[in-house]
Ligand binder design. Structure first.
Ligand code: CP
Length: 319
């Protein structure tokens, strides 16, 4: 049996472990040198079958800051890109490296890799989930809402007990398609228990398998086709590009999503201290107006930075 811990979806961690990660991330953010020996001597493979700026660089820098050695691999340069099976790639790499971060297409592909690799694997985005991103997002929310800036573990733990309560009482409204970010919010809700509304056009709905996995764990979320109503009294408004990588030609979908742009009307319907998050890259004036994006950009770029701190905490736990 393969007893190695992976992070292929949010469900691979308990709520307690997630709060431990948030707590540790706060400390790692306060002191970039902390954890410097954690990955000493470890080689971590970063296998990216899709483009990336934030995920690639934050993991690469994170491995280096923890004292490990990151090895970036693109299918353009590997036999994987010429059809070598993922299970053979996994069995070869497991003899060289100590852990892997993978960005790929189907969730089944990363799961197959993990079965044959037999060492920890972290999901750096699949078509189904983006779990490292969603932990950075909730960390950003918790930081903003609790105004937490603690540099000792004791203070961070104390603030986290409040943050758990804060997070449970939040209303988060996600705008856009039922893509990997929507799926990640749904799965995080099932574990952390905040109020979640998905705002999407008539005829759009959550992925049925993702919804059933959430229900099995006691998760609850609403779908609204009324964009102002969905945002009412929200603490967090968030979105992703409306059209995911590889779907750029789907004009019908683009046209249907257009009215769901996050604008002043949406923000005005939310709570006064609402924050807006976007995992980036942003398509200005498609999923969010330029004015709203720029107004909330300090939170958005904090969210991007938090990828690094949260992922370092995840790697300390798994690698
Ligand atoms: N948010 C995110 O995953 O960004 P990249 O595609 O640049 O990695």
């Amino acid at each position: 049996m393969n007893s190695v811990r992976n992070f292929l979806s949010v469900y691979d961690l308990t709520a307690g472990e997630m709060y431990d990660i948030l707590s540790r991330a706060a400390l790692l953010k306060a002191d970039r040198t902390l954890g410097g020996g954690y990955l000493k001597g470890k080689k971590i493979g970063l296998i990216f079958e899709k483009s990336s700026t934030r995920t690639r660089v934050s993991f690469e820098v994170g491995v280096a800051e923890l004292g490990g050695h990151p090895i970036f691999m693109s299918p353009r340069d590997m036999q994987l890109g010429r059809g070598e099976p993922i299970k053979d790639t996994a069995r070869v790499l497991s003899r060289y490296i100590d852990g892997a971060v993978i960005r790929t297409f189907e969730q089944a592909r990363i799961e197959e890799f993990a079965v044959y690799f037999k060492k920890p694997v972290i999901n750096g985005l699949t078509d189904l989930y983006h779990p490292a991103q969603i932990l950075a997002d909730i960390f950003t929310v918790y930081e903003a809402k609790s105004k937490m800036r603690n540099s000792t573990k004791k203070a961070a733990d104390a603030a986290l007990r409040d943050a758990g309560d804060i997070i449970k009482n939040l209303k988060i409204a996600y705008f856009g398609d039922a893509n990997n970010m929507a799926n990640s919010w749904i799965s995080l809700q099932a574990v952390m228990g905040f109020e979640l509304v998905l705002a999407m056009p008539d005829g759009f709905k959550a992925d049925e398998w993702v919804a059933s996995e959430s229900r099995k764990r006691g998760g609850r979320f609403a779908v609204s086709h009324d964009k102002i109503g969905a945002a009412k009294d929200a603490d967090v408004i968030t979105t992703d590009v409306f059209i995911s990588m590889g779907q750029e030609d789907n004009k019908e979908k683009i046209d249907k999503l257009k009215p769901f742009i996050i604008d002043d009307g949406v923000i005005g319907s939310a709570k006064k201290d609402v924050i807006f998050l976007h995992c980036l890259p942003v398509h200005r004036n498609e999923e969010v107006t330029e004015a709203v994006f720029e107004r909330f950009s300090p939170y958005v770029f904090e969210e991007a930075e938090n990828r690094l701190h949260v992922q370092k905490a995840i790697m300390e736990m798994l690698f």
